[in-house]
Design a protein around this ligand. Structure first.
Ligand SMILES: Nc1nc2c(ncn2[C@@H]2O[C@H](COP(=O)(O)OP(=O)(O)OP(=O)(O)O)[C@@H](O)[C@H]2O)c(=O)[nH]1
Ligand SMILES: [Mg+2]
Length: 294
């Protein structure tokens, strides 16, 4: 029996639902999702295995004009997703604005590989609006096949998956057929904690935070972990901790609940906060946190 395999890379503006879509394909909560832009900072693989196929999806950061080194590294992840794609998914939402970077838009419209333009969040609009937007995108990206979907409600997602299977080349699998992702366990610990930070803190705080899980011990009935929440300035440390530690405690409680679901096991998580001045502009630090592979 012939085996199909390939890379399906999802790109688009911030907040259009790229992570929601990847999780819908994989059927697991691999990528964190929030209503804030720039939730995703890495390129995260989600692998869907079948007897005769392996679809390797990539979730990527939303396309922005980088203002500091961290964001530049995020855009390098987006670039890499253009380089190895067998199928490109350009995800847009109803009422979408142009991409912040024209060169990325050009890469999409001149792509030599199949491009699926998915119009997301159609649950928020009526049929007339959806039809208008489909026509608009047909004119803007003539090389794309267009599907109207709702990643949140899984509407249209199975149809897109079937189309992907038709488009993938014959190939042996790239990863172990049991694998769900390329990232280690600690990465997901960091992300789940960061999600709680994005949910509970305002303005620049979530964007100034990086998580580093220093310890991860799996015992028979429990996983024990210790993670550092890094901020850029002393004032931010106080805000993260909150009055008598209440804000930090909430992060810990909520993160633990999700970590227990994710690992299917009891979890103990210890959090502490550290100032790491200007880490997001420091090449060395970024490399240490897995951002810079130059
Ligand atoms: N109504 C509706 N909301 C959606 C849909 N898909 C995603 N969302 C919401 O849109 C917001 C952003 O979703 P994400 O999946 O985090 O978006 P993203 O493109 O990964 O965002 P970044 O990682 O920040 O670039 C969240 O609040 C989602 O719940 C959808 O089909 N319908
Ligand atoms: Mg995302």
């Amino acid at each position: 029996m012939a085996h199909k395999a390939g890379f399906v890379n999802i790109v688009g503006n911030p907040n259009v639902g790229k992570s929601t879509l990847m999780n819908a394909f994989v059927g697991e909560r691999l990528s964190i999702i929030t209503s804030k832009a720039q939730t995703t900072r890495h390129r995260i693989l989600g692998i869907v295995n079948g007897e005769d196929f392996q679809v390797v999806l990539s979730d990527t950061p939303g396309i922005i004009k980088p203002a500091y080194e961290l964001q530049a590294s995020m855009m390098d992840f987006v670039k890499s997703a253009f380089e190895d794609a067998d199928v490109l998914i350009y995800l847009v939402e109803l009422g979408e604005k142009d991409l912040k970077d024209e060169s990325f838009f050009e890469k999409i419209t001149s792509a030599k590989i199949p491009v699926l333009l998915l119009l997301n969040k159609v649950d928020k609009g009526n049929q007339q609006l959806v039809e208008e937007q489909v026509d608009l995108w047909k004119a803007r990206v003539p090389n794309a096949e267009i599907f109207a979907i709702s990643a949140l409600e899984n509407f249209g997602v199975p149809e897109v998956f079937n189309r992907i299977l038709e488009l993938l080349p014959d190939s042996p699998p790239f990863y172990d057929k049991e694998a769900l992702t390329d990232k280690p366990e600690r990465f997901f610990v960091n992300e789940i904690i960061r999600e709680k930070i994005l949910l509970h803190y305002k303005k620049e705080i979530p964007y100034s935070v990086e998580i580093d899980t220093e310890e991860f011990f799996e015992e028979e009935n429990i996983i024990r972990m210790r993670s550092v929440i890094m901020v850029e300035r002393e004032t931010q440390k106080g805000i993260i901790i909150g009055h008598k530690g209440s804000a930090l405690k909430r992060v810990g409680v909520e993160a633990r609940k999700d970590l227990e679901k994710f690992f299917g096991k009891q979890v103990h998580v210890e959090l502490y906060v550290k100032v790491n001045k200007n880490w997001r502009s420091d090449q060395k630090q970024l490399k240490r946190f897995g951002y810079n592979n130059k």
